[in-house]
Design a protein around this ligand. Structure first.
Ligand code: RIB
Ligand code: CA
Length: 314
């Protein structure tokens, strides 16, 4: 089977970084067409160079990087340095990147790339706020049916929120963009906190990453040790949830995941529930089922998949 062509839209972020490495470690199954940076965990002027740093670490500067939106559609940017550190990739001292970015605005490049390739041949994996995706859909609404699917990390239902009691960070930062994506008609798979909180980093796994002895392995032991400190304290767990890589893992091994078709709406009214994903889990309304909401995953198998991919990196 030919490798799946994907675009990763991202706000690196240590967990975004693992997702990107998972994709790079599986060239047999994934062709990463490009990284599109968005403001999220840290501002755009940091998420762009963070994309470049990761590609240079992996020796893949052939993969293009594009700058996207520096702010959400309608509200001021909220960032997450308290989780990811002031650089967004605290935990490892990357050299300043030297690779140039491409001049195209990220949403424009997404549209041009997807519309110029065969129908249903490109999968879009958003790992941050959905601003770039919403802008691309606004420019070219036909993108929704042209895409193979959108496999996104965001939202929460059973698990509650991680930035407010009701909202998950990616959706909270730009709920207006998220609402437009869920209304687009695209085939959407949602890896929310309901799923990603089942993917807890273990000490043994992190030791195995460090034990690879590769430049990627050594860097990621530092990145992930820094990253998980916040969540282990917050949740009182041994390890932190590894959110974004679940999107790439779902693309590589969907059999490791379970989910159900549901309606997902996004609350955009200011207040306690601003940015909440309102999930009709039991179809109590007649709202259209616009997403596959992942409810379960085989965590040990998924972490084995990630470790196997890391073994293939320099
Ligand atoms: O809530 C988790 C999400 O917010 C992840 O994508 C993480 O990288 C941050 O962007
Ligand atoms: Ca992210």
């Amino acid at each position: 089977m030919a490798p799946r062509s994907i675009i990763i839209d991202t706000d690196p972020g240590q967990d975004d970084a693992v997702a990107i490495m998972l994709a790079l470690g599986r060239p047999d199954a994934v062709e990463l067409l490009g990284l599109t940076a968005v403001a999220g965990n840290v501002p755009l002027h940091l998420t762009v160079p963070n994309c470049l740093k990761l590609l240079e670490l992996a020796g893949r500067t052939d993969i293009p990087v594009f700058a996207g939106a520096s702010a959400p559609l309608m509200v001021p940017l909220v960032t997450a340095e308290h989780v990811h550190g002031k650089t967004g990739l605290d935990g490892w001292d990357f050299p300043e990147p030297t690779t140039p970015i491409r001049p195209e605005f990220a949403p424009d490049w997404i549209v041009e790339t997807v519309m110029s390739r065969p129908e249903k041949s490109v999968t879009l994996l958003p790992l941050g706020p959905l601003t770039n995706v919403a802008l691309a859909l606004a420019k070219e609404p036909r993108l929704a049916e042209r895409l193979e699917s959108i496999i996104l990390m965001g939202g929460a239902c059973v698990e509650g929120g991680n930035i407010t009691p009701t909202a998950e960070f990616n959706i909270f930062v730009d709920p207006h963009a998220a609402a437009r994506v869920f209304a687009s008609g695209a085939d959407i798979v949602v890896l929310s906190l309901d799923a990603t909180h089942q993917a807890q980093i273990t000490n043994d796994w992190l030791t195995a990453i460090k034990g690879l002895g590769t430049r990627v392995g050594v860097a990621f032991e530092g990145l992930l040790t820094f990253y998980e400190r916040f969540d282990t304290e917050k949740y009182g767990t041994d390890g932190g949830p590894l959110h974004d890589p679940m999107t790439v893992a779902h693309l590589l091994a969907p059999h490791l995941f379970t989910g159900k078709r549901v309606n997902v709406e996004v609350e955009t009214t200011p207040g306690l529930c601003f940015g909440q994903t309102v999930v009709d889990r039991w179809a109590v309304t007649d709202r259209p089922k616009n997403a596959t909401w992942v409810t379960g995953l085989d965590s040990p198998a998924v972490f084995d998949l990630i470790l196997d991919a890391f073994r293939r990196l320099p």
